[in-house]
Write a protein that binds this ligand. Structure first.
Ligand code: DAT
Ligand code: MG
Length: 140
């Protein structure tokens, strides 16, 4: 089991001024930020990141949204990181997200849902490399 996962604070939450609140939830839950940047995805890069969803009806909407403004991309470290982070963010649809989860607190709707979290160790590695290949990670 890996001890790292990958997250993005999505454009809706960045625009709403929630970067600080969300990072506080993440660090209070015991995750260490080992790499982080503020960046903006081009439509091409957003499309590539979410390529697994390209046959879904919401794909174009997702690509447009994810490239609509800046995001915070980060690699997080904690024991059981992938599973614990998915619990911390809550269900994809904030209407179904458990109380106190990041999506329950900060997501707008199922499409604009404040944060991304990797769904497997394999995807955590792929997604971390997508944003941070060649970048240093910091242990502390
Ligand atoms: P998650 O982000 O919880 O892993 P996912 O991988 O199924 O969810 O979908 C990726 C993103 O696509 C999700 O965060 C928001 C968008 N999305 C998913 N289902 C959607 C829907 N029914 N309508 C609009 N956007 C949706
Ligand atoms: Mg997913």
């Amino acid at each position: 089991m890996s001890n790292r996962t990958f997250t993005m604070i999505k454009p809706d939450a960045v625009r709403a001024g929630h970067i600080g609140n969300i990072l506080e939830k993440i660090t209070n839950a015991g995750f260490k930020i080992v790499a982080m940047k503020l960046t903006q995805l081009s439509a091409d890069k957003a499309g590539a990141f979410y390529a697994v969803h390209k046959e879904r009806p919401f794909y174009q909407e997702l690509v447009d949204f994810m490239s609509s403004g800046p995001i915070v991309a980060a690699v997080l470290e904690k024991e059981n990181a992938v599973e614990d982070f998915r619990k911390l963010i809550g269900a994809t649809n904030p209407a179904e997200a458990a109380p106190g989860t990041i999506r329950a607190l900060y997501a707008t709707n199922v499409g604009e849902n404040a944060v991304h979290g990797s769904d497997s160790d394999e995807n955590a590695t792929i997604e971390s490399n997508f944003h941070f290949a060649g970048c240093d990670m910091y242990a502390y």
